[in-house]
Design a protein around this ligand. Structure first.
Ligand code: FES
Length: 161
């Protein structure tokens, strides 16, 4: 069970502001992912039961949004935008650099569980393309050199625990 008393209380507090149980689904999935790291099929069933809505509705929503992880992810989730603006400013090259550095393909997690590499659609920061989201943080105006610096810092953070 992922939904504990704290999550339940936070969702209850939102009930007065939102019109339907369905409207609580996004914040509930967000809370569940923050605790478990990803949204499994069992977690989707738990969310459906908690909100008393059809499981199919939960599955639809959880699988539509890339922000919900449908598989376990590494400690650092690298999500690089490859949509038009970022692509035109070299994100495909940055993605190739990351694949080479990490020794994995896009969509995979390193064997040590430290990094997951994903390709995502527009992160709504096109003015500072190319952009990569690392967990909850945005890194903008990236080029090969700044990406390397960022990855060195992330390696160090992981090493320091
Ligand atoms: S296209 Fe990459 S942030 Fe919009």
């Amino acid at each position: 069970m992922i939904i504990d008393q704290e999550i339940s209380q936070r969702i209850d507090a939102l009930r007065t502001h939102l019109p339907t149980e369905q409207a609580l689904l996004l914040p509930l999935l967000h809370e569940m992912q923050a605790k478990a790291g990803w949204i499994s099929r069992e977690a989707m069933a738990e969310a459906a039961q908690f909100l008393k809505i059809p499981l199919a509705r939960v599955v639809e929503v959880a699988t539509f949004y890339t922000m919900y992880n449908k598989a376990p992810i590494g400690k650092k989730h690298l999500q690089i935008c490859t949509n038009v603006t970022c692509f035109l400013r070299g994100s495909d090259h940055l993605l190739a650099c990351l694949e080479k550095r990490l020794g994995i393909h896009c969509g995979e997690t390193t064997a040590d569980g430290q990094y997951t590499l994903s390709e995502v659609e527009c992160l709504a920061a096109c003015g500072t393309a190319p952009v990569m989201q690392v967990n909850d943080d945005y890194h903008e105006n990236l080029d090969e050199s700044s990406l390397e610096g960022l990855m060195n810092r992330l390696d160090q953070e992981l090493k320091n625990g």
